[in-house]
Design a protein around this ligand. Structure first.
Ligand SMILES: [Zn+2]
Ligand SMILES: [Zn+2]
Length: 284
């Protein structure tokens, strides 16, 4: 299996407009790998795009990706869906045009994501109706997409039983990879088989590398109460013991530069831990 990280950022990509912090200034000056777009991954084997943040349109061009057959969404949040207009160029008929719509990609989502990201939104309802075929996967369902077998595993984001987050288990007969870029906290890890690769949420850091607080105690107990910390994320890695782990959804809010993550990789060599960066290629 082959993957390209189109965007390794999170809800707060790097650099953030108007921010003059050390990490954003450096990202503006140096670009990739210091700059991080919203979270998105491409699976080359069957031309699967996982998630559609705002700049995915640009990222597909940057990586010279010539075809996308499937678009998987992990959840309804804006930072994973606002780039869905990319369905239009993906499905557009070549000239001379008859009715503009050629061979549209298949949008693969859970029932909850379909309800919350598409049906509840007139813009996305119209867009996906015209520019995609929609397939809804149940929790635990395994389906073949070309030569890839994909199992859909859901979890709650807020412990409310809505199964709002989807993870996708990709298997090609030789390798097994679980892609769950965000909201990993409530995944039932017992459902995972032995993994060659886990592309997972990094989890948040309460402090800068220098020990300055990044969130208040109040935020940790309220706004961030359902979010996982980096330490909790590491505990998940120790439980699952994947052959390789690539941490993504790296928020600007973490106030760490590419070089800081390189240092963190060295600190966690025992876990085969790597941090994603935009353009990163992963081969299994
Ligand atoms: Zn996100
Ligand atoms: Zn900043």
């Amino acid at each position: 299996m082959e993957f390209t990280v189109l965007g390794s950022g999170g809800n707060s990509p790097t650099p953030m407009p108007t921010c003059d912090c050390r990490v954003c200034e450096e990202a503006r000056e140096k670009g990739i790998p210091y700059a991080r777009r919203g979270n998105s991954l491409f699976v080359h084997d069957e031309k699967v795009l996982v998630d559609a943040p705002e700049l995915v349109w640009e990222s597909l061009n940057r990586e010279s990706i010539r075809a996308v057959d499937y678009v998987f969404l992990t959840h309804f949040h804006a930072d994973h869906t606002l780039g869905l207009r990319v369905l239009q160029p993906l499905g557009m008929e070549d000239v001379p045009v008859t009715d503009f719509v050629g061979d549209p990609p298949t949008l693969v989502v859970s029932e909850t994501t379909s309800e919350r990201a598409i049906e509840a939104n007139e813009v996305f309802s119209h867009l996906t109706e015209v520019w995609s075929d929609v397939e809804v996967l149940d929790d635990g369902e395994t389906r073949a997409f070309g030569d890839l077998s994909v199992t859909h595993l859901t979890a709650d984001i807020h412990e409310d039983g809505d199964g709002a987050i989807s993870g996708f288990l990709f298997e090609d007969g030789t390798a097994t990879a679980f892609v769950s870029p965000d909201e990993n906290r409530h995944f039932d890890l017992d459902r995972l088989p032995a993994l060659d690769l886990w592309v997972k949420e990094t989890g948040y850091f309460p402090e800068t590398p220098a020990g300055e607080p990044l969130v208040t105690e109040e935020a940790a107990e309220t706004t961030l109460a359902h979010e996982m910390t980096f330490e909790e994320s590491l505990a998940q890695v120790r439980t699952v013991e994947p052959g390789r782990v690539v941490c993504t959804e790296i928020e600007e809010l973490f106030r760490r530069s590419y070089d800081d993550y390189k240092r963190l990789e060295r600190d966690h060599e025992d876990l085969n831990l790597e941090f994603a960066y935009d353009g990163m290629r992963i081969e299994l």
